[in-house]
Design a protein around this ligand. Sequence first.
Ligand code: C2E
Ligand code: MG
Ligand code: MG
Ligand code: MG
Length: 283
Amino acid sequence: HAKRSGRGKVVVYTREMEEAAKRVTRIEQALRRAVAAGEVEPHFQPIIDLETRRVRGFETLARWTDRDLGPVSPAIFIPIAEERGIIGPLSQLVLRKATEAARNWPRDLFLSFNLSPSQLVDQNTGLHILTILDRTGFDPRRLEIEITETGLMNDPVSAGKIVEDLRRCGIRVSLDDFGTGLSSLGRLREFHFDKLKIDRSFVSSILDDRPSEHIIRAILAMCEGLGMEAVAEGIEKEGQAARLSEFGCQGGQGYLFGRPADAETTLGLLRDTIRGRPALVAV
Ligand code: C2E
Ligand code: MG
Ligand code: MG
Ligand code: MG
């Protein structure tokens, strides 16, 4: 009897795995076509100064809607793009479109851009980025690259070389999702980061639990000592923003200040803000 149910389980499991593999392959094929056709779009989410509540820059976030599959989350398609070798062309497409849009924004706004772990083992990554900036006429000093702790783990020497090359050209580097990856504080001694982004998981519980508050305060003290600016991710409530600001966190990002929006919408919001209608300045 037990054997029969055991067998049943094996069959179900295999079928599920097969279905999952088919789905990944379907997404991979659709994504290849979309990248070749230039159909992946950058969206932009404001990053603000928590004290003044003014916009300082935007994070670029890739968006893709397939004809048949509908909108696919980057949390799904970015890992598939990495695994199946599409991340390079995808990334270049999104960076090109993002810098083409952002070069017309006020010059004091920065643009940040995510790099995947596999891009940090590819020594051509730096050249690809700089070529795009050169072609679109986007000042490297306005660009920030976001990398995760996991991205540094695979090959720290290679990652360090890429990061140093970019920094020499004026591009700033920030450590994304801090506190969630396979982190080692030792990395902060080996690499210099201009910015550290505190992961949303700490921010979401800052008002409810003491450990999160202590962790955030410790991270902020460390940032100050190491000369890094801190940005808190995933701020959804005014209370969280107020608390973070009180603790000395300089930057903030989250639905409270703005959701990711396409280039046209973002430009409209910037125009309104310049005209004195503070669309992007949360009161
Ligand atoms: P990330 O770099 O940590 O980006 C922040 C994510 O948090 C985004 O999810 C953003 O939409 C979401 N978010 C922002 N504010 C809030 C908030 O207040 N509440 C909640 N619940 N979420 C918030 P998204 O756009 O789905 O992107 C997921 C991840 O995919 C990104 O995480 C990044 O790692 C990756 N990704 C997105 N675009 C690119 C890209 O062009 N290249 C690469 N390599 N990775 C990308
Ligand atoms: Mg990011
Ligand atoms: Mg992040
Ligand atoms: Mg995150």
